[in-house]
Structures are given as C-alpha cells and as structure tokens.
Design a protein around this ligand. Structure first.
Ligand code: FAD
Length: 500
C-alpha cells in the first residue's frame, strides 16, 4: 500500500491500516522531510466534545452554522460522534494534552458555543505529529521515503489506481491501494499561513487521473496572521477565546457591527470584517488587543506565540499584535465518500486534500485535525476490506474547454482576485491571467518543473472556475455583485474531466 504525504492524515492512516490489517506493508512517500506539513504548524488544537455542558448536538450545530448550508449533515454527525474515540487513540499514543487540575484544559475558538478544544499549549500539531511519527517509525512494516514528490498517478487498463510516479530518480512505486494525504492549496496564494509543501499536488493529480473535485472556491482565510512582511506566523484564535479583541489602529472594536459573536464569530465573518474595516480606514492591518489577558497566563498558555512576538519586538499582552488575514485552509478538495474513496477504484484521499462534506462553505476552527484523524481511520477500515462503497454519480458542472490550465504571478492574481472579497470582474481577470501564464509556460521546454507549474495553474484555474459558477455569497465566498445567499446555489460545486 502507498500513502502519499506525512502529515496527520497520512501517518494516522498508516497507523490505523496496521491496526486493521496486521500483515499490511505500507510505504509512506513524502515531498520533503518527514516533518514538513501543515500539521506541524497547528497551534490551537483539536475540537472534540469532551465534558458537559457540551454535547454532540451542539458541536454538530456549530459545524453546520459555520458551513453556511453546504455541510453534509450525515458526515458532520459521523465526524463529531467518532471524535472522542480518536482522541482516546492519541492519548494512548502519548499526546500530552494540557490539563488544568484533573481535567483537560479546554479552549474556546470562533464559532464554538462551548469550550471544546483540546490542546498541547500552543504546539498541538507538532505534539500530535511527533506521537504518530514515533508509532510509524517503530513499525517494521511501514517504510518512510522522504524527498519523493508524486507527479502522476498510475492506473491499469481498467482504470484502477496502481500507485504513483515520483520526480526523484524517475521512481515508480506500484501499489494495490494508493492514499493521497497531500494537504491543502494555501501556498498558491501570495499571503498564507501554509508551509511550502501545501501546493495542492494531490488534488491536481487526482483530477488529471479522472477524479471529481468539489468546492475549490471555498478557500478559508485565517483572520489573524502576524502582520509582517515575509512572516507567515499565525496568532491562534484561542487568544480571542481567552478575551482578546480585534480593534482598528484607532482603538475601535469593530467586529460586533458585522456579527453578534464579534471577535469569536466564524472565520469567514471575521476575515471579511477586517478587510471591510481596512477599506474604510485605509489602514493596512488591524490590531489584536490582548490586554485583558494576564501576562503570566499568556506566557504559560501560549509560550511559542509569546516568545515569537518578543523576537519581533512585540511585548504582548501589554502591546497589541498587528494582524491581517491570509489564505489558510482548503475547505474543498478531492470528492470522497465517508470512507475516503474517490471516483477512481483503489484511490483514497484523506485530510485537507479531501472533500468529505464536513466543512461546507467555511470550516469551523479546529475541526480539521479532527477530520483528518476520523476519516484516516474510516479509510483504513475500508482498506482493510470491511466495506466497499462507491461514490454516488452526482453530475459535474461543465468545464470550459480550451481554457488552459512560474509562480509569483499566479500567487498574486489569486490573492488579488480570488481572495476574501471577490467581484465577477476580478474573477474574470484571474482567469485571463492564468490563461496567459499558461500560454507563456507552454513556450518553455518540457520538464518536470514545467509539469509542476502546470499543476499549479490547473488548480488556480479550477478555483476560479468554481468561484465563477457560484453567483451568490456564502461562507468564505463573498461576491460583491451577489451579496446574499441564494438557494439555487445551496449545493457543492463539482468539477471533473468526465461528465457523468
Ligand atoms: C499555521 C496553521 C495552524 C493551524 N492550526 C490548526 C488548529 O489549531 N486546529 C486544526 O484543526 N487545524 C489547524 N490547521 C489546519 C491543519 O493543520 C491542517 O488542515 C492539517 O494538519 C492537514 O493535515 P494533512 O495531513 O491533511 O496535510 P499536511 O499536514 O499538510 O501534510 C501533507 C503532506 O503531504 C506531503 N505532500 C504534498 N504534496 C506531495 C507530493 N506531490 N508528493 C509527496 N508528498 C506530498 C507534504 O510534504 C506533507 O507531508 C492549521 C494549519 C496551519 C497552516
């Protein structure tokens, strides 16, 4: 079996496959070293219903509210209800979730009606990743192959996926089962919280192999990245859960005029409020005022943020933190069912690269580590032969033929035109820019590098086409000409090479 990607989704999938198939031999191939992934950067934590007065119903409702009508309710219920069992697995693997007295210390984040975020101070992702990495490295039947970038999926005459081709040394790895766990697409944008590995490779490979993709217009922007050139450092939402407030440079607390939950509203609302406010004030950023948080508490609960800010000359919580939104999370991805199965036989997708239907039009904070874990488990169960279902044949929207599928210019046009506030003219401009970039690229001699660039342009194009199809505003997709939700569009945007 071949798993591509070494974040939480890839490692957890390997761990669970071995639980259900004790004799399975697994290769995990990953683009750079075994560590680089979005997973390692996750600070805030993992959402899970753990203690009363919280309830599964409340977590389900919060997820549906954030997703603005596009979540698949059965997937939400499945994910939320299986969360605690998967968290027990992490505890068993040694993840040292932060405790307060005898109980876990639960944080609250935007869109959550309760404190339900388990965390390891502000280093949750790296702590979970370390524990899974240990489990994987200690397993003699799992082989890890770093510095192997997948560039094409292989298939047999029946269209069944049979492994992948990698750039390094022109290597081919054949496999009876292939799992894409390649993360999101944030790095296609000029400003992002994502590491360099997040270029959406798996989505492009699956699409080119014939799998459908869903909701690629739904790029979530995290409201609070440290506002500093070349410094994609994220300031966790949990600070707002502890009382920090977003204010303008003049000290005006503005978020309540956009949403009743103010600074703790879902991310789409807060990011859009920041941009709208900056357009009014002509400021380049806003401030996160943490003065209501005691310094000792801040330093103890958020040690990495505390120290990183000091290195940047910001002495929080006394001084406010300059912040602005950036591209953060790919809510859509490769269309899969509840067991991670894509359209292509023997090809699975798990984690941020997949579109399970959990996030809809806007992911609820701290639901993505949860999703990666739960569906890595469900996919392992299916891979072990316990279930075999295929995806239902939902119709795909027609792709504009002839629209073509280097890359500062791509990052810039996506940021400028397919960003937090969108216009039809902007989306069309992005489409033209991508078309002209493709034209220029095709004049270069054929090479692996050109192919990688083509994949990025393809993804950019799919994002723009998806956004153009949605003539309404919903969740993270805010379109000036159509500022309201429209029930006609209360469905996934699905694109594919083949029309079913
Ligand atoms: C700064 C930051 C903070 C976050 N905080 C939180 C949080 O507090 N809570 C939460 O729930 N979520 C959070 N998220 C989101 C969450 O971390 C990610 O959605 C999640 O970790 C994705 O896991 P993954 O395994 O799907 O992908 P990743 O962790 O990104 O792993 C993808 C892997 O695929 C590899 N790969 C990519 N392309 C290829 C290729 N072509 N060939 C081979 N390998 C490839 C990469 O090298 C990497 O190893 C945060 C994200 C960021 C960036």
């Amino acid at each position: 079996m071949l798993i591509i990607g070494s974040g939480i989704a890839g490692f957890a999938n390997a761990y669970y496959i071995r639980r259900y198939c004790p004799s399975a031999r697994i290769t995990i191939a990953t683009k750079t070293d075994l560590l680089e992934s979005s997973t390692r950067h996750a600070q805030g934590g993992i959402a899970c219903v753990w203690a009363s007065p919280d309830s599964l119903d409340d977590h389900i409702q919060d997820t549906l509210n954030a997703g603005a009508g596009l979540c698949h309710p059965e997937i939400v219920a499945l994910c939320v209800s299986k969360g605690a069992a998967r968290l027990e697995d992490l505890i068993h693997l040694g993840v040292p979730f932060t405790r307060k007295d005898a109980a876990f210390d639960l944080h609250r984040e935007g869109g959550h009606s309760h404190r339900r975020i388990l965390h390891v101070d502000d280093q949750t992702g790296s702590s979970i990743h370390d524990s899974l990495l240990r489990a994987v490295l200690n397993d003699p039947l799992i082989t890890c192959r770093p510095y192997m970038q997948a560039i094409e999926l292989l298939h047999d005459a029946n269209g069944t996926c049979r492994g992948a081709h990698f750039i390094e040394h022109n290597t081919t790895i054949t496999a009876d089962i292939t799992v894409l766990a390649t993360g999101g697409t944030g790095r296609l944008y000029a400003h992002t919280s994502n590491p360099e590995t997040s270029t959406g490779d798996g989505i492009a490979l699956a699409f080119l192999a014939g799998a459908r993709v869903a909701n690629l217009e739904m790029m979530q922007f995290h409201p609070t990245l440290l506002w500093k050139e070349g410094s994609p450092f994220l300031i966790t939402e949990a600070l707002r859960g502890e009382g920090a407030e977003l204010i303008t440079l003049n000290g005006h607390a503005f978020t309540k005029s956009y949403h009743p939950l103010g600074s703790l509203a879902p991310r789409d609302s807060v990011s859009q409020a920041i941009v709208r406010e900056c357009l009014k004030t002509h400021d380049s950023h806003v401030l996160l005022d943490c003065s209501s948080i005691h310094e000792e508490h801040f330093a103890k609960r958020f040690p990495v943020i505390f120290k990183t800010l000091q290195k940047n000359g910001i002495y929080a919580p006394k001084q406010p933190i300059p912040v602005f939104p950036a591209a953060h999370y790919t809510c859509g991805g490769i269309l899969v069912n509840a067991f991670g199965q894509s359209d292509i036989p023997s090809l699975y997708a798990v984690g941020e690269t997949a579109s399970t239907g959990l996030h809809g039009a806007n992911r609820l904070a701290s639901n993505s580590l949860l999703e990666a874990l739960v569906f890595a488990h469900e996919a392992a169960y299916a891979i072990a032969g316990h279930t075999n279902q295929s995806l239902p044949p939902i119709k795909v929207s027609p792709l504009e033929r002839g629209t073509p599928y280097p890359m500062q210019a791509l990052h810039k046009t996506l940021w400028d035109n397919v960003g937090i506030l969108r216009t039809q003219a902007g989306l069309q401009k992005a489409q033209e820019d991508i078309s002209s970039l493709h034209h220029t690229l095709m004049e270069e001699p054929a090479s692996q590098q050109r192919r990688l660039a083509e994949h990025m342009l393809l993804l950019g194009n799919l994002m723009v086409q998806s956004a153009l199809l949605r003539k309404e505003s919903r969740g993270v997709h805010a379109l000036a000409e159509f500022p309201e939700k429209n029930n006609i569009y209360c469905q996934d945007t699905i694109l594919g090479l083949k029309t079913l």
